[in-house]
Design a protein around this ligand. Structure first.
Ligand code: ZN
Length: 298
């Protein structure tokens, strides 16, 4: 997930220190953003703001909690509970956010990423998911104590689909869910071909379904209708590629049904066949899930 490259304005000198969580000053700034962006962002709905308010409450609790948490402890617990290696390089926020997101995905019975890491990534990239190995990496150069503010700001700008502070891990974990299905589909296709073609012909045709599907999912969303549908109904970042559309819709759907206190899903947002409640988005979501992407990228 790329961070919006639009710079913050001059109000950003009061960046919270580790000792201070979302306080009266930041709440005032948040209320100011609501006033400001309601006028200029036609896609901003009352529900979006309500989710951000709820998220700020949750974030305050997490902010207090992480100060007495040991990162090593969280890493050990993640390994014992989920059998996933994790190295957060001492970052308490990423450790806490990752553990919370793992609990959410486990409750929803979604495939989990295969590893969790913290490394220096490019500027403006908050996290990424390895397309082949499906592990998630978070940017070491980012100030994660400021994540609620950053995420809210991106939602106000319609850059991302949700202003919930868990957006980054949920978005990255959704890439891993999508990739796990593309890997499975590619293996099925390959198996079918292997059964009917000779090795010589296979090598000659060089059919790598996995790479092919992943490349397609990461290609620009050129189709005009698709692009504008995602831009107006999901986010600007989601409209960049089919893979981002999938991850950003998922991030919204999951973050909008989280319990304020437990941060666990209050229901399964994917249980209905038309879970996006939008015909166009639903068809697109199903197509992207099934790797039928060519119609959207040319
Ligand atoms: Zn992404």
């Amino acid at each position: 997930m790329k961070i919006n490259s639009i710079n913050y304005n001059n109000k950003d000198n009061n960046k919270p220190s580790f000792k201070r969580y979302y306080d009266a000053v930041l709440m005032k700034e948040f209320e100011g953003w609501i006033e400001q962006y309601k006028k200029v962002n036609p896609y901003l709905k009352g529900e979006d703001i309500a989710v951000m308010r709820k998220s700020i409450d949750s974030f305050n609790a997490v902010y207090k909690g992480v100060q007495t948490t040991s990162v090593q402890n969280i890493e050990n617990q993640i390994y014992n509970k989920f059998h996933i290696p994790a190295d957060f390089k001492g970052d308490k926020f990423i450790a806490a956010m990752s553990a919370l997101t793992l609990n959410i995905f486990q409750k929803l019975r979604l495939p989990l990423p295969t590893g969790l890491y913290v490394k220096p990534l490019e500027n403006h990239v908050s996290g990424c998911c390895d397309t082949m190995r499906r592990f998630v990496t978070f940017n070491q150069n980012q100030d994660w104590s400021d994540i609620q503010r950053l995420t809210a700001r991106e939602k106000f700008l319609n850059w991302s689909s949700t202003g919930h502070f868990l957006k980054t891990p949920i978005h990255e974990f959704m890439h891993s869910v999508h990739l796990s299905n593309l890997h499975k589909l590619a293996a099925q296709k390959q198996q079918k071909i292997n059964a009917i073609q000779s090795k010589l012909l296979r090598d000659f045709l060089n059919m790598d379904f996995k790479t092919n599907m992943i490349n397609q999912a990461g290609s620009p969303l050129i189709d005009k209708t698709a692009n504008s549908q995602v831009l107006t109904k999901v986010s600007r970042y989601g409209s960049s590629t089919p893979a981002e559309m999938y991850a950003d819709i998922g991030a919204k759907m999951i973050s909008y049904i989280l319990d304020r206190k437990t941060l666990l899903p209050t229901k399964n947002p994917f249980v209905f066949k038309d879970f996006t409640e939008d015909k166009y988005l639903m068809k697109m979501m199903n197509d992207v899930w099934a790797g039928n992407i060519t119609g959207y990228i040319k």
